[in-house]
Design a protein around this ligand. Structure first.
Ligand code: FES
Length: 159
């Protein structure tokens, strides 16, 4: 929902002289403010579809993995859980299916990306990204890096 500067300032509690002073300050009256919205990720089709890692027979053929995670001792044993290791966010997005992205946001270079309810978020200013790393709201304009993942059911490899 877009709102005008007047509506935005009124919603922030500005009234009377304070409201008029704020309206005549450096920003033009016709400027609009677009509040940050949280989008239901299931309603958005990823621009670059990601195939989450599902069990595969041979992960030893993957050369130079960035991360190897022992699933038995990891903290991503349940759907919806995630961990951050070596600046990579790894989440179990559905039963036995995993996705990995960088924790480095593209809005500003802050390492505050985490996983929640089918999307990745940045806790700094609320940027939201889909499982492919593409932005879902109006905070960040470019995608965060998504990695490939594979697992044999015991070990998860990020590469
Ligand atoms: S740095 Fe991530 S939302 Fe601003």
């Amino acid at each position: 929902m877009n709102m005008t500067r007047y509506e935005f300032l009124k919603s922030m509690g500005f009234t009377g002289a304070a409201l008029m002073a704020a309206l005549t300050s450096c920003v033009k009256e016709e400027d609009t403010y677009v509040p940050i919205t949280r989008i239901d990720a299931s309603s958005v089709t990823p621009v670059v579809p990601v195939v989450p890692a599902t069990p595969t027979s041979n992960i030893s053929s993957i050369t130079n993995p960035i991360l190897k995670i022992d699933l038995a001792t990891s903290t991503i044993k349940t759907v919806g859980s995630y961990l951050i290791q070596s600046n990579i966010v790894v989440a179990q997005v559905s039963a036995g299916a995993y996705v990995a992205v960088t924790n480095l946001c593209t809005h500003e270079p802050k390492r505050q990306v985490y996983y929640s309810d089918g999307s990745f978020f940045c806790s700094a200013h609320g940027a939201q990204f889909n499982l492919s790393g593409n932005p879902l709201n109006n905070v960040a304009r470019t995608a965060i890096k998504a990695y490939q993942v594979a697992t044999d059911g015991k070990t998860l490899v990020v590469y």
